[in-house]
Design a protein around this ligand. Structure first.
Ligand SMILES: NC(=O)c1ccc[n+]([C@@H]2O[C@H](COP(=O)([O-])OP(=O)(O)OC[C@H]3O[C@@H](n4cnc5c(N)ncnc54)[C@H](OP(=O)(O)O)[C@@H]3O)[C@@H](O)[C@H]2O)c1
Ligand SMILES: [Zn+2]
Ligand SMILES: [Zn+2]
Length: 361
């Protein structure tokens, strides 16, 4: 049981990487510290953030980059200071790899808001080394952000929960989703489909999917949605469904969204939480869209390690079953292109070929 000196992964080298131009190459992982673990990756989900990063959509990416932050695999090396993990454990890593663990946010269990947070890829650790993600054979990550996967969950199901799942689970919980609440989920992609599954599992009174077109309605209802709004096809949808929801979680990845119309769907004192992260600014909001019904607009960033743990336990207990399409790690380029074309139903998960080969561990 050991990890190699060099790791291998799909490296994006410029802002055309998301067009199918990543190359499988070796790279040197960060120096191994006493707080780190090495993970032999079996599965890695494809998150919308991977694509924003590959094409430098948010800001200039540090190329070469190896994206992927919905990682599941087995621990193969454990730093001396790591207490909660041992070699052979099946673990997951989400979008965050490091935080200071000393600041006000960290002490409050809000590591995802730490000003020194380092993402699982395209980030810089305090020692200057770069974080590299999960479209790879191995990952090296501080153990604080490495979470044990409950035995009931399959690896391919747990992987996309590490980012996509917790990013909607966290704001649903924080904003009181449960019995008696009517919840809307905007955008039925990877995050959105988790929104429906978790809102239903939490016992919400009504879950409504707000999508652009009707083509995903059958799937949405199969996931448990009680109603479906197609904003590009239903005439007068905003008026028809006005004041019908307590909470809306928006996973929309484009700035081109009818934001004020979404707000019309809220009841008095309702809450709208944006988790989708468009590359351009959100649309302008007229003051009266907020004032008239006393609505609140906010955001939410992934989830803390504790929340990830809680979500995994909840998913195992409730039998939450994501809709994943497994693809070979070899097909990462085509899978990224297909994801960008909106073809995923509803999360691609890359699988390393030798993932069943536990003998090598
Ligand atoms: N806040 C966080 O911590 C966090 C964490 C993870 C990801 N994110 C961000 O969340 C967003 C969604 O990620 P994802 O993995 O769920 O992506 P995804 O699977 O591509 O889903 C995005 C959904 O947005 C909707 N959409 C509306 N306008 C669109 C447009 N012009 N082009 C493409 N999609 C459009 C689509 O839903 P319909 O077809 O139903 O309209 C689509 O399914 C990304 O921006 C990602 O970076 C944020
Ligand atoms: Zn993500
Ligand atoms: Zn901190």
């Amino acid at each position: 049981m050991a990890s190699p000196k060099e790791f291998h992964g799909w490296l994006g080298r410029d802002n055309k990487a998301a067009e199918g131009n990543m190359t499988w190459s070796s790279f040197e992982p960060k120096p191994f510290n006493a707080i780190d673990v090495d993970i032999k990756i079996s599965h890695c989900g494809i998150c919308g953030s991977d694509i924003h990063t590959l094409r430098s959509g948010w800001k200039s990416t540090r190329y070469p980059v190896c994206v992927g932050h919905e990682i599941v695999g087995h621990v193969v090396r454990v730093g001396d200071q790591v207490k909660h993990l041992k070699a052979g454990d099946r673990v997951g890593v989400g979008a965050q790899a490091f935080a200071c663990l000393e600041c006000e946010d960290c002490k409050a269990g809000l590591e995802q808001h730490c000003s020194r947070m380092v993402g699982t890829y395209n980030g810089k650790y305090p020692d200057g080394s770069l974080s590299m993600g999960g479209y790879a054979d191995y990952a090296r990550v501080p153990a604080h952000f490495t979470i044990k996967i409950p035995g009931e969950l399959k690896s391919e199901d747990a992987a996309p929960m590490m980012c996509g799942g917790v990013t909607v689970y966290s704001p649903l919980k924080k904003n009181g989703a449960g019995p008696g609440k009517r919840v809307g989920i905007v955008g039925l992609g990877g995050l959105g489909h988790f929104g429906v599954l978790f809102a239903k599992a939490l016992g919400c009174e009504k879950v409504v999917v707000i999508s652009r077109r009707r083509n995903k309605e059958k799937d949405a209802r199969e996931m448990g949605a009680d109603d479906f709004i197609a904003t590009a096809e239903d005439e007068k949808w905003a008026r028809k469904h006005a004041q019908s929801l307590d909470l809306i979680i928006s996973t929309v990845s484009s700035p081109d969204m009818p934001l004020e119309s979404y707000l019309r769907l809220l009841r008095t004192n309702g809450t709208f939480i944006q988790v989708g992260a468009p590359e351009d600014k959100l649309p302008r909001i007229g003051a009266y869209s907020l004032i008239q019904k006393g609505v609140k607009v906010g955001g939410s960033n992934i989830g803390s390690p504790k929340e990830i743990e809680e979500m995994l336990r909840f998913a195992a207990e409730k039998g939450v079953k994501p809709w994943v399409e497994q693809r070979s790690m070899k097909d990462a380029n085509q899978s990224v292109v297909d994801m960008e074309d909106g073809k995923a139903r509803y999360r691609y998960v890359l699988v390393n070929a030798d993932q069943e080969d536990r003998a090598k561990l």
